[in-house]
Write a protein of this length. Structure first.
Length: 705
C-alpha cells in the first residue's frame, strides 16, 4: 500500500504574545495523535503543522489551540500582525505609565514604614493601607495581562516569568492582606508594584522588538514599487497597481527599471541583472520568448512583457511565503531566563507548601504557617530576574549600534553563540556586488590612463553595470556619450576616430569579464572587470576557522566565478556550492552541522537567512534581506561578523551572571522567610540590592569582554 501523503499547513496564531507560550503550544500540538511535526514561532505568530490525514485532521489542530486559549487563522497577514503589535505597544506604554505613577507613591508609603519603625500602630496601619490602595491600579490594571498569561502558561504546562511574577504578586498581596486584617503594618504592596512594573517594562521592550521583526515579511512583499505600465485599449501606457494586473496583460519595463511582473518577453531585446534574486553576478541576455521575473533590473533597452503570473503568485511572493515557512518550522528555542523561571515556578509552590506544613507543626498555629508560606512565596520571587535579560539586551543593542551592526530581536544573543557552521553568499556578500575594473592590459605605445579614457568615452551615458564600472575607473563620464550596439559600445574621439568596446576571450575561469578596446579597428588594450572582494572577507573567514567553525560558500552563480572567489578568500573547492537556488541554500543550511550562521545580501537569500539559527545581512544588502536577518550590518565590511560573535559571547556571559545574581537573592531570602525572620524592610533592601547588582553587571558589558 502506498504511504499516505502528509498534510502540511502554515497557520496564524491569534493572541500569541510570549516565547514561552509558543514553546508550550508547540509541545501540545506535537502531542496530538497523528501530528508528525509542529513548529510555533512567536515573533511572526505562526504555526507550521504537519499531520497524517488518516489519524487526525485540521479540526483536531484547531481544537487543541482553542483549548490552550488561542485561535488559529488560515492565513498570516503581516500587516495585521504589525497593526495588532502597534496596539499592544500603546497598551503596554499606558500600563507602564500607570504602574510607575501609582507604584511610586505606593513605594513612598512603604518607605515611611521601613524608615520610621517608631510610628504608632494605628498610623502605621493607615499608611500600610494607603500603600495597598495606591498599588491597586498597578496590580488590577497594569498587571492584568500578567495574570492572563500566567493562566495560559499553566494550561500549556510551560511556566515562565509571567507565572513566576504572578506567584510573587499573589504572595505579596495575600501576605499583606493577612497582616492588615490582623491589625499589622507589615505589607509588601511595594514589592508587588515593583514586580509588575519591571515585567511590564520588559514586555514593552520585547513587543517593540517583535513589532520591528514583522517588517521582514512586509519587506519581502514589497521589495520594489509594485506598479506597472500596462498597455491600454488605445495602445498607450497606463500606470496601475500590481494587484490590478490580469494574466495576459502586456506591460512595459523601461531600460534601467525594475520588472514588477513575472512574464514572457513579447517585444525587445535587452540584458537583465537578477543578482538580487538568483545570485548570478553577470547580466543575462533576454529576447522575445524569454521569461523575466519580478525584481529583475532591465539594463539596456525597453521590453514589453506579457504577464503570466498574478501578484501574490510571483517567484518573489513565493519566496516570502517560503521565509514564513522556515521561521515557523524553526520554532521558538528556550532561553536561559525561561529555563530559570520554569525551574523556580515549579520549586516555589513546593517550598511554600513545605514551609506551611513545617511551620504549622512547629508553632501549632495554622495561621502562622500560612503567613510564613505566603512570605516564602513572595520572597522566593526574584524581581531582578525580570531585569536580567532585558538589561543585557538593551546594553547589547547600544554596543552593537556603536559597532556598526544591529540586533533584530532579543533572542539573537542566544542564537549567535556557539555556531558550528557559517555559510556565506557570494555576490554582494563576499564581493561588493558591483563590477569594477580590476586591471588594465595595454598594448605597446599606450598607457593605462589612455585606454581607460577611450573606453569611458564609449560607455558614457549607457545604463549598464559594466559601463558604470568603466566610467568610475576613469573618474567620471567623458565626452558627449556613446551608443550601444548589439555586441559593443561605440563613440568618436575628439579627432573623429571610432572607439569600440566589446567582449573578448579570457578571464572566465577567474570569474572576470574581459572587454577589448579598439581605436579604428586597432586593439589598444583590455579591461578585466570583476566583482571586487570585500577587503575583510579573508580575515573574517580565517577568524571563524580559528573559532572551530566550518565555513562554506553558497551561490547561485556558476562554478567559475564561485571557485575564483573561494580561492581569493581562502576556501577549498570542497566548501563551494555553486548554482544554488534560494530553496537549495535553505536546504544546505538545514543539513549543515548546527548551529548555523548564514551571511547574505539579496532577496534570494531570504529563505536561508530565515532557516539559519542566526542570519546576518551585510551593509549593502537589500532591505528584504536586512529585515529577515537577525543581525544587520549597517556600516563596514564582513569584519562586523566577528564583532557580533564577540559581543554575543560577552553578552551571554553577562546574562548568566545576571541570572546567578538574581537567584542569589533567594539564598538569603528563603531561609529568613521560612524562619519568620524576614521583615518588610530587609525584604525591600535585599530586592533592591539584587536589582542594582543586575543593573550594574549589565552596564559592565563590553564588546571585547
Amino acid at each position: 500500500m502506498p504511504a499516505t501523503a502528509v498534510t502540511r499547513q502554515l497557520f496564524a496564531v491569534d493572541g500569541l504574545w510570549c516565547g514561552g507560550c509558543a514553546r508550550g503550544l508547540e509541545s501540545r500540538l506535537r502531542a496530538i495523535n497523528g501530528v508528525v511535526s509542529a513548529g510555533v514561532h512567536y515573533v511572526t505568530a505562526s504555526a507550521l503543522v504537519q499531520w497524517d490525514p488518516d489519524r487526525c485532521d485540521a479540526e483536531a489542530v484547531h481544537d487543541c489551540v482553542r483549548q490552550a486559549g488561542y485561535r488559529l487563522l488560515d492565513r498570516s497577514d503581516p500587516l495585521t500582525i504589525r497593526q495588532r503589535l502597534d496596539r499592544e505597544v500603546r497598551s503596554l506604554t499606558l500600563r507602564l505609565v500607570v504602574a510607575v505613577a501609582f507604584g511610586m507613591w505606593s513605594m513612598a508609603c512603604a518607605a515611611v514604614l521601613y524608615l520610621d519603625p517608631g510610628l504608632s500602630s494605628s498610623v502605621a496601619w493607615w499608611i500600610a493601607l494607603a500603600s495597598g490602595v495606591l498599588a491597586a491600579p498597578v496590580i488590577g490594571f497594569s498587571g492584568a495581562g500578567i495574570g492572563r498569561m500566567a493562566v495560559r502558561s499553566i494550561r500549556l504546562r510551560a511556566p515562565g516569568l509571567d507565572l513566576l511574577i504572578g506567584l510573587g504578586v499573589v504572595g505579596s498581596v495575600a501576605t499583606s492582606a493577612v497582616h492588615l486584617a490582623r491589625g499589622g503594618a507589615q505589607v509588601y504592596f511595594d514589592t508587588a508594584t515593583m514586580l509588575v512594573t519591571l515585567l511590564v517594562l520588559a514586555r514593552l521592550i520585547e513587543t517593540r522588538v517583535r513589532r520591528n521583526a514583522t517588517d521582514a515579511t512586509l519587506a519581502l512583499g514589497r521589495p520594489f514599487d509594485d506598479t506597472a505600465e500596462r498597455r491600454d485599449d488605445g495602445g498607450g501606457w497606463e500606470l496601475v497597481a500590481g494587484d490590478r494586473l490580469e494574466i495576459g496583460d502586456v506591460v512595459q519595463v523601461r531600460a534601467g527599471g525594475v520588472s514588477t511582473v513575472d512574464g514572457v518577453v513579447v517585444s525587445g531585446q535587452s540584458a537583465v541583472d537578477t543578482a538580487i534574486l538568483t545570485g548570478e553576478s553577470g547580466p543575462s541576455a533576454l529576447g522575445v520568448g524569454d521569461r523575466i521575473v519580478a525584481g529583475a533590473v532591465n539594463l539596456v533597452r525597453p521590453l514589453e512583457v506579457r504577464v503570466d503570473r498574478l501578484s501574490g503568485d510571483r517567484d518573489v511572493d513565493r519566496m516570502g511565503g517560503r521565509i514564513a515557512l522556515e521561521l515557523a518550522a524553526r520554532g521558538e528555542p528556550i532561553d536561559s531566563v525561561s529555563r530559570a523561571a520554569g525551574a523556580l515556578t515549579t520549586a516555589i509552590p513546593i517550598v511554600s507548601l513545605l514551609v506551611v506544613l513545617v511551620s504549622t507543626i512547629m508553632t501549632r498555629s495554622i495561621e502562622t504557617g500560612l503567613v510564613r508560606g505566603l512570605v516564602v512565596m513572595l520572597a522566593a520571587c526574584p524581581c531582578a530576574l525580570a531585569l536580567a535579560a532585558p538589561l543585557v539586551h538593551l546594553r547589547s543593542g547600544v554596543i552593537a549600534a556603536g559597532g556598526g551592526f544591529r540586533l533584530a530581536d532579543a533572542g539573537v544573543i542566544e542564537r549567535l553563540t556557539g555556531p558550528r557552521t557559517a555559510i556565506f553568499d557570494k555576490t554582494g556578500t563576499l564581493t561588493a556586488g558591483q563590477p569594477r575594473v580590476l586591471s588594465v592590459e595595454v598594448r605597446a605605445g599606450w598607457t593605462e590612463a589612455e585606454v581607460v579614457a577611450l573606453a569611458a568615452r564609449a560607455e558614457t551615458g549607457l545604463d549598464h553595470p559594466l559601463a558604470r564600472a568603466i566610467t568610475a575607473r576613469n573618474g567620471g563620464p567623458l565626452g558627449a556619450g556613446g551608443s550601444r550596439g548589439s555586441r559593443d559600445a561605440q563613440a568618436l574621439d575628439p579627432a573623429g576616430r571610432r572607439i569600440r568596446v566589446g567582449g573578448a576571450q579570457g578571464g572566465a575561469a577567474e570569474g572576470l569579464t574581459r572587454l577589448r578596446v579598439w581605436l579604428d579597428d586597432t586593439p589598444v588594450g583590455d579591461l578585466l572587470i570583476g566583482d571586487a572582494i570585500d577587503p575583510e572577507a579573508g580575515e573574517t573567514i580565517l577568524e571563524l576557522r580559528r573559532r572551530g567553525i566550518d565555513v562554506l560558500l553558497a551561490t547561485g552563480d556558476a562554478e567559475g566565478p564561485a571557485h575564483a572567489v573561494a580561492r581569493a578568500v581562502g576556501l577549498e573547492p570542497s566548501s563551494v556550492f555553486a548554482g544554488c537556488t534560494p530553496l537549495s541554500k535553505a536546504e544546505l543550511v538545514r543539513r549543515s552541522r548546527g548551529p548555523v550562521l548564514f551571511v547574505g545580501d539579496g532577496v534570494n537569500d531570504g529563505p536561508a537567512l530565515a532557516a539559519a539559527d542566526c542570519g546576518i545581512s551585510v551593509s549593502r544588502a537589500h532591505t528584504a534581506a536586512s529585515a529577515t536577518a537577525a543581525v544587520v550590518i549597517t556600516r563596514g565590511g564582513l569584519g562586523r561578523v566577528s564583532d557580533a560573535l564577540n559581543l554575543a559571547v560577552a553578552a551571554r556571559r553577562r546574562l548568566r551572571q545576571n541570572i546567578v545574581l538574581a537567584l542569589a537573592y533567594n539564598v538569603f531570602a528563603l531561609p529568613a522567610a521560612a524562619l519568620g525572620l524576614l521583615s518588610p524592610a530587609w525584604a525591600a533592601v535585599a530586592m533592591i540590592a539584587s536589582s542594582l547588582a543586575v543593573t550594574a553587571n549589565a552596564l559592565r558589558l563590553k564588546i571585547a569582554d
